[in-house]
Design a protein around this ligand. Sequence first.
Ligand code: PEP
Ligand code: MG
Length: 757
Amino acid sequence: MLEQLRVIVQEVNAAKDLQSALDIIVHRVRESLKTQVCSVYLLDSDLNSHVLMASEGLRKESVGHVSLEVGEGLVGLVAKHAEPINLRDASLHPSFHYLQETGEEDFHAFLGVPIIHHRSVLGVLVVQHEEKRRFDEGEEAFLITLSAQLAGVIAHAEATGAIEGMSPSGQKTSDTAFPGVSGSSGVAIGQVVVIFPPADLSQIPNRRARDIDQEIEFFNTCLESVRTDMKDIHDRLAGHVAEEERQLFDVYLHMLDDDALGNEVVARIKLGNWAQGSLAYVANEHVRTFEMMNDAYLSERSVDIKDLCSRVLFYLQQKESVVTEYGENTILVSEELTPSMLVEVPKEKLKGLISVKGSGNSHVAILARTMGIPTVMGALDLPFNKLEGKEVIVDGYKGEVITNPSDQLRIRFQNTIEEQNQLIAGLEGLKDLPCETADKHRVSLWVNTGLMTDVMQSLDQGAEGIGLFRTEVPFLLSERFPSEHEQTEIYREQLQAFAPKIVTMRTLDIGGDKSLSYFPINEENPFLGWRGIRVTLDHPEIFMAQVRAMLRASIGLENLQIMLPMISNIHEVNSANQLIKKAYRELIQEGHNVKFPPVGVMIELPAAVYQTQALAKLVDFISVGSNDLTQYLLAVDRNNPRVANLYTAFHPAVLAALQQVVVLAQAEGKTVSICGEMAGDPGAAVLLVAMGFDVLSMNASSLLKVKSVIRSISLDAAQDLLDQVMQMDDAQMIRSAVDLTLYNAGVDRLLRSSRTN
Ligand code: PEP
Ligand code: MG
């Protein structure tokens, strides 16, 4: 059974489009279960029906023409309850709906299982028999397992059709929404540019070849280079390795011959696709075919194809420095966006971002928020490499990508963009006004930075200090550890630009999802592993160089604070304090006139929440990292889009933890701030002010939005709201209560979470 399942799934995976996938399914399932009929019905939302999309056993002419309205017949019942129905004689069931065109009158036994992807029922897989007998348990289990495995493939094939404007049953369709999660709020409409890491065949997008003849010539030159390489290797290996191994290179050479791979690639280029896309297409097809083979030797050959094609790709990418053209309204799409990808696009052209992987609290999303670019993360079902050049809408409020937008929808979203621009223009006037509640309670609004450009933007937005400088950002953009001198320069720039305002520098926080190419950390469970302070205490030389650089950079400015990330116990703080003192003493001995800076800890782990008081005794200030705190309290990976719906800082447990940190820090008379992303959420900010946080530190583009909301509400009203929500036991209810308060305070709809488009 297991083997049969594997083979079917692989074959379906390799299908070129939805129809072929469905045809394979009905053929293979009928064969495996030895039934007389196997059919697939898929939901077509535009028609509000389940359409018979493929069948073996029912009349061929009915396929594609027969459909059942949603809820109609046994198929409708299976879909409605999202549960299998297994009947000895279907005709006796009250929901049975006889479809004359199919010729199903002879088949009595019926087993239908739902095809479910991400909680939604895509359709129903049905097997039927003449004989009056229930399908046995094994058959039912087989069909359920298969359906669960195929749902993703079917969803992907449907999605690919949808972005071409086609519904599953071939009707014209538009406004197909692909859900993801919000990475950065706002709406953008534009043309997609797919960006991909080099040397990865699986991520190359389809792109139009500019000049087909030139493209073929270019491909052939690259192919020739690989051929030469192969011959060289073949010759060099003579006498060094066994003859069979040397023969592998003969096989490669053979595969490169004109009538093999090369020719297929050229044929695809002739259809208009560029050389890289054509090569990737052919390579992926062959890889899939080989992988499907039952023979272990043959299926291993897929590795050879990948290797060979990667070599050709290398030349294609090396020889041609592809100048990616960015249009006026570029929507950058990638399987996994990285911070360095964002900086490649001219800022004025970059209108929106979409990442298939990652979630709202991934670091790239944080960067997008800093830059104020509407972003959707975790759009898992988006066929991203088929989107090049297509128009899409990025709905960063809802966390949704819309392909093939209709005129009507485009106008609606254009209006939202207009409204957005007006809101931003209206907020400009707040820059120089103090951040205080309507009844004059003063709150400090600071910013989070990573790059120098953030600093400039922050100052422009009226930031009163830096609550978190993520020092790992320059480390991430470097190719080796920056030297003490280089770090001093970087830190000095930030300190100088903000002086005399305070700049809080966090010591290097790598690990988790932030790994340095030159210092790789490979772990099973990186978020529970070697992260933040754990790494730097194990490498005092890295820690010392950084702290020395920070202290040197602050000479004469004296606006530095040092902050320690990922603290889980007091020993880490004691050790870090000792190292900071050591660095200070060294610099004094070297004759520098350094001032000892305030030191603080981040509360990011549940353990630290309970130890706030003990930790506060050892330091000068406390700062909550609510991104990680939420992740660890709720046991929800902040990067994983599958569980993104569970990640919310409005969870009562998170709010209770935050309140406790404030109380405990205040009991020690220490300043308490928050520098996680929730501080930049206008609704959350109101609760944080009511809790008693002294400082809210956020990305620069949230600053004026938060200020405008705080200024429109009194501290009394905020505290009443806090009292009310602290009695609630559900995150959604809390969010609604906050929204209602903002609504009553006249806050703009784009600053509330319950906005409707
Ligand atoms: C946090 O965890 O809330 C935080 C500010 O740190 P980072 O997002 O960089 O992990
Ligand atoms: Mg953190």
